[in-house]
Write a protein of this length. Structure first.
Length: 437
C-alpha cells in the first residue's frame, strides 16, 4: 500500500494593495500577505499603504496567526538609498516575517538594518536555475520567488539541488510581456518606469490604425498618451490589435503538482484588484489547497472553484510557462466579460441612527450597513458572496443616509446604506454581486 504524501507548510500568499484589501485576503483564506509603501514597492501608484498602516497590518496578521511580508523590490538608483536607510530604521519597529527584494544593494542594507528578518528574493530578480538559487542562498536569502518563466520540471531540479531553500511561485494573476517584469516599454512610452513600480501597461493598450497606402497585412499603428504619439508597425486582424496582451495565469488545477515539485508558497498577483476579485481568488485557492492537505479528491473542488474564477473579469487564462510551452496571448480584447458585477460590501449589522429611526421601526430585522460600489436597484437579482460560498438573496428594503427608503443605491460618493435582507446573521466582509444575465 502506497502511503499518501503529507503536505505541510503550504502557504497561500495574497497581495494587499490597501489595509482594506488585506482584511479581505485574510478573511477569505490567505495564510500570509505582502505589501509595501509606494516609494520602494513595485506598486507605486495603486498602493494605499503608509508606514502606520504597515504597523497596524502586521498586528492584525499576527493576531490571526498569519504572516506579514513587506516589499522592497524596486531596482534602486543612487538617490533612493538615503530615504531607504531611514525607511529600514522605521521598519525595525514593525514585526515583519520577511522582506521581499530584488536589488543586491538593497539586500546589503536589509542585512545591516534588519539582521533578524528573513530575506525573500523577488521574482523580479529572475532566478531561473538552481545555481542562481544556490548563489542567493549564500547571500542570506531564505526564500526565492522563482521567475514566472521557470517550468515544472525545472522547479523539481532546483529543489533537488538546493533542498534547503524555500520556493515560492506565482499561481494566479497578470502575466508580463517582458522577462519577469523587467520591461522598459512603459518608461519609453509614458515616462513611468516599471522597474520603479510605476508601470502604465502600454502592452495592454489598444492601438488604432493610421490610414496608409501599401501593404494591407502590416498596418502602421499609433497610440496616443497624454504627452506624445507613438507610431509602431504591428499586425492587425478584424478585432484590432493589442500590443503584447498576455492572458492571465491560472494554475488552480496544478497546485498538487507544484507542491510535489517543492513549492511551499503559492503566490497571487493583484494588489490593484478589487476586494471582490481578491476574495473570490483567495477562496478558490484556499479550498483547493485544503483539499490537497487533507488528502481529499480535488477534481470536483477544482471544477467548482474554476467556475467561480471564470465568473470574474479576466483576460482569458493560461498556465504560463509552467508546462514548458509559450503562454498564450489575448489578441481579441483587453478583458473578457463577466456574468456578474460587484456592487457592495456588507460592513456589519445596522443598529440605527437618529436620522433613520422611523424607517428602522418600519423594517423587520435583518438590517445591514452596506458600502455600495456600483448601482443596485430594487429589481436586481443579487447574490451574497461569503467565505463559505455564493447564494441568492433578496434585498427587501434600501434606506439612504437620510433615513429615506429608496429604489436604488449608488456608489462612488463614500455613502453607506441600510439594507433589509432576507437572511440572518450575514458576516461583515461578505460581498454583494448583481447577476447580469
Amino acid at each position: 500500500m502506497v502511503e499518501k504524501k503529507k503536505y505541510t507548510n503550504l502557504e497561500l500568499l495574497a497581495p494587499a494593495g490597501s489595509p482594506e484589501k488585506m482584511k479581505y485576503a485574510l478573511e477569505y483564506g490567505a495564510d500570509a500577505v505582502y505589501c509595501g509603501v509606494p516609494d520602494f514597492s513595485l506598486r507605486a501608484r495603486i498602493n494605499a499603504f503608509t508606514f502606520d498602516d504597515l504597523k497596524e497590518g502586521s498586528k492584525l496578521a499576527h493576531k490571526l496567526g498569519k504572516k506579514f511580508y513587506v516589499t522592497l523590490n524596486i531596482y534602486a538608483h543612487n538617490q533612493h538609498f538615503e530615504k531607504l536607510e531611514a525607511h529600514l530604521k522605521r521598519l525595525s519597529e514593525v514585526e515583519i516575517d520577511g522582506i521581499i527584494l530584488s536589488d543586491p544593494g538593497i539586500l546589503l542594507m536589509v542585512k545591516k538594518h534588519l539582521p533578524n528578518v528573513e530575506i525573500h528574493l523577488s521574482t523580479q530578480a529572475n532566478a531561473t536555475n538552481w545555481q542562481a538559487v544556490k548563489f542567493w542562498g549564500e547571500q542570506g536569502v531564505t526564500r526565492v520567488v522563482l521567475a514566472r518563466e521557470v517550468s515544472l520540471s525545472e522547479i523539481k531540479e532546483i529543489k533537488k539541488n538546493v533542498p534547503e531553500m524555500e520556493l515560492e511561485y506565482f499561481v494566479h494573476g497578470a502575466m508580463c510581456m517582458s522577462y519577469s517584469g523587467r520591461c522598459i516599454l512603459s518608461k519609453w512610452m509614458s515616462g513611468r518606469s516599471a522597474n520603479l513600480g510605476d508601470c502604465s501597461q502600454p502592452c495592454r493598450w489598444a492601438f488604432d490604425e493610421i490610414q496608409t497606402e501599401g501593404d494591407t497585412e502590416i498596418k502602421e499603428m499609433k497610440v496616443t498618451d497624454r504627452t506624445k504619439e507613438h507610431e509602431i508597425e504591428l499586425e492587425e486582424d478584424q478585432h484590432g490589435t493589442y500590443f503584447f496582451n498576455s492572458k492571465d495565469m491560472n494554475l488552480l488545477s496544478h497546485l498538487k503538482e507544484l507542491a510535489d515539485a517543492g513549492v511551499e508558497s503559492f503566490k497571487v498577483e493583484g494588489r490593484n484588484k478589487s476586494v471582490y476579485y481578491l476574495a473570490m481568488v483567495m477562496r478558490a485557492y484556499r479550498n483547493v489547497l485544503d483539499a490537497i492537505v487533507e488528502g481529499r479528491e480535488t477534481d470536483e473542488v477544482i471544477k467548482k472553484e474554476q467556475e467561480n474564477l471564470d465568473s470574474l473579469v479576466h483576460r482569458g487564462y493560461t498556465t504560463g510557462f509552467l508546462l514548458a510551452h509559450e503562454p498564450e496571448h489575448n489578441f481579441d480584447n483587453a478583458h473578457s466579460g463577466s456574468k456578474h458585477e460587484f456592487v457592495g460590501e456588507i460592513i456589519g449589522m445596522e443598529h440605527g441612527t437618529h436620522n433613520m429611526e422611523q424607517e428602522m421601526q418600519n423594517a423587520e430585522g435583518n438590517l445591514y450597513e452596506v458600502k455600495v460600489h456600483n448601482a443596485i436597484r430594487s429589481e436586481d437579482e443579487i447574490e451574497l458572496v461569503s467565505k463559505t460560498g455564493n447564494e441568492k438573496i433578496v434585498i427587501e428594503k434600501m434606506i439612504d443616509e437620510k433615513g429615506k427608503e429608496v429604489d436604488s443605491a449608488h456608489g462612488g460618493h463614500g455613502a453607506t446604506y441600510t439594507f433589509q435582507i432576507n437572511k440572518d446573521n450575514i458576516e461583515p466582509l461578505s460581498l454583494l454581486r448583481r447577476i447580469l444575465e
